[in-house]
Design a protein around this ligand. Sequence first.
Ligand SMILES: [Zn+2]
Length: 73
Amino acid sequence: METRVTFVDCPSCGLPAEVEHRYTLTSTDGPLEGAKIRCPDGHWFSGPLESLVPAERPGAAVERAQNEMHRSG
Ligand SMILES: [Zn+2]
């Protein structure tokens, strides 16, 4: 199942960080999905997507970000 993530929680400040770029990492266990994210406060991170998104609720950050957008729009 493909993981679709547009926003994730910023690991530094918790704000919704936008996924700017996605790429494939190779590891001994097979391909891993990596991403570069940037938050509204200027932090950015790059690494395996699974390390940036809480494994138990991968859609939570996206839902919250979309709700924020609806309220402000
Ligand atoms: Zn941040």
